[in-house]
Design a protein around this ligand. Structure first.
Ligand SMILES: [Zn+2]
Length: 274
């Protein structure tokens, strides 16, 4: 009897008997699943983490609202918060970025507040940071969570990650604890833009999926702020329809949304009239 590699899309099979006997060179068994290679096992784990993230599991982390934290620390007043929250409605921008863009908060203050909110220390990544374990981490995981693994100490069994969203900590912790049992996994907070630029420098041949906000606000491209609402609505619909993460590109005069179902490829172009 043959069994198939549990990594989605991998065609490799093996005889059940050789797997059962755990013969060398016959991949790995994890519970009831068999993987033809360590690489396939990692890809399988990455797919699971990505599915968890998209199904909203990460939202179970509770925290103080950023706006209230800013008011409490006298960084902004109630009036500024109300105005910023009104602007946030129907916009793709995050509250912190609205306040920074309007000059009511500095980048530094925002980062300090976010790290207070997250309960993890902020860090300033060097733009030339080399990503560790590059060959070990599937790119799709890096692209989905936008994190940088910048320190890996085999002797001290420590692994240090910079990320921009504390909601991802449980999922990433899970992934690395499974692959590196006994390692201490530490997290630091860094701005998503800086993380993305480090990732881009480390993976010059890969196309990174940028946050929607980022894609729409790239200077000289796209169709501008007035289309944000429409784009957001269509992205919501497509995410619902395809059950997955829609990718977005801004073209000269249009926005291009790309999604997939099991048997369909979905491309939607939104452009301005005239
Ligand atoms: Zn495989």
């Amino acid at each position: 009897m043959k069994i198939q590699c549990a990594n989605h899309g991998c065609p490799h099979t093996a005889h059940a008997l050789t797997v059962k006997m755990g013969l060398p060179g016959h991949g790995e068994k994890q519970g009831d699943l068999w993987f033809c290679s360590r690489r396939c096992y990692k890809n399988f784990l990455a797919d699971q983490m990505i599915a968890d993230k998209r199904s909203g599991l990460e939202k179970t982390v509770r925290r103080v609202k950023l706006g209230l934290l800013l008011v409490k620390n006298n960084l902004i007043n109630h009036e500024q918060l109300t105005t910023a929250l009104a602007e946030k409605m129907g916009s793709l921008k995050k509250l912190g970025h609205i306040l920074v863009d309007s000059g009511q908060l500095t980048e530094k203050e925002l980062k300090a507040a976010l790290s207070m909110q997250a309960g993890i220390a902020p860090i300033n990544l060097d733009p030339h940071t080399k990503i560790k374990l590059k060959e070990e981490i599937p790119f799709k995981l890096v692209d989905e969570f936008h994190f940088v693994l910048f320190e890996f100490d085999e002797e001290d069994k420590t692994l240090i990650i910079a990320l921009h969203n504390m909601d991802y900590i449980p999922v990433l912790e899970d992934y690395f604890a499974t692959l590196y049992p006994g390692f201490l996994i530490k997290f630091y907070l860094e701005d998503e833009k800086k993380i993305i630029s480090v990732i881009a420098a480390n993976y010059p041949n890969e196309t990174l999926s940028l946050p929607i906000e980022e894609t729409l606000s790239r200077p000289g491209e796209g169709v501008g702020k007035d289309m944000e609402k429409a784009v957001l609505k269509v992205v919501e619909f497509l995410n619902h329809f395809t059950g997955s993460h829609v990718k977005i590109d801004s073209l000269d005069n249009a926005v291009w949304l790309k999604g997939e179902t099991d048997d369909l490829k979905v491309d939607v172009y939104l452009s301005k009239k005239g």
